[in-house]
Design a protein. Structure first.
Length: 168
């Protein structure tokens, strides 16, 4: 193992950055934690660390490397508002948005929305990988209607590599 050069070592925040971050803490209502309550509203369940594996055992997606975000206070080098938003993004799993409308969040860079109808489920945004989409659908069916058919899947972002997702 080689010793890290001085270019690889993290640097301390400069005095101007520390001052700007202190100003942000005064300017914004960080004591108001309603956004954390709202981010977890409707939570039904998730996958540990949002970890999704391919059939060959490759990690396709995982929030485990972002575990450092469990610390409430931002380090001096990070804008406190950005840190807070990143922490909010760590809420992952299946959420009920409204009766009959669900979202899978944090299992991909995109969110999947599922709309329940009388004859099946409409899936809006199928995520960016087959493995992620499959895990999201399995999570949905685990907590909702296992006997429902997916009637329609719509991608709203025009990503390439779309594929078919088998559902239970």
């Amino acid at each position: 193992m080689t010793e890290a050069s001085h270019h690889d070592m993290p640097k301390d925040a400069s005095a101007s950055v520390v001052a700007r971050h202190a100003a942000v803490l005064q300017e914004l209502p960080f004591s108001d934690t309603r956004d954390f309550e709202e981010a977890s509203r409707g939570f039904l369940g998730s996958i540990d660390h949002a970890k999704i594996m391919s059939e060959t055992g490759r990690v396709v997606w995982s929030l485990e490397p972002y575990g450092f975000l469990s610390t409430a206070d931002a380090p001096p080098t990070v804008d406190p508002s950005l840190w807070r938003q990143s922490r909010l993004n760590m809420h992952h799993g299946l959420f009920e948005v409204l009766p009959g409308v669900y979202q899978v969040r944090g299992l991909d860079i995109a969110n999947m929305t599922l709309i329940e109808g009388d004859r099946g489920v409409i899936v809006v945004d199928t995520l960016t990988s087959i493995e992620g989409a499959r895990a999201a659908m399995e999570l949905y069916f685990q907590h909702r209607w296992a006997a429902r058919q997916t009637r329609c899947a719509a991608s709203t972002t025009g990503r390439s590599g779309a594929g078919t997702v088998s559902t239970p």
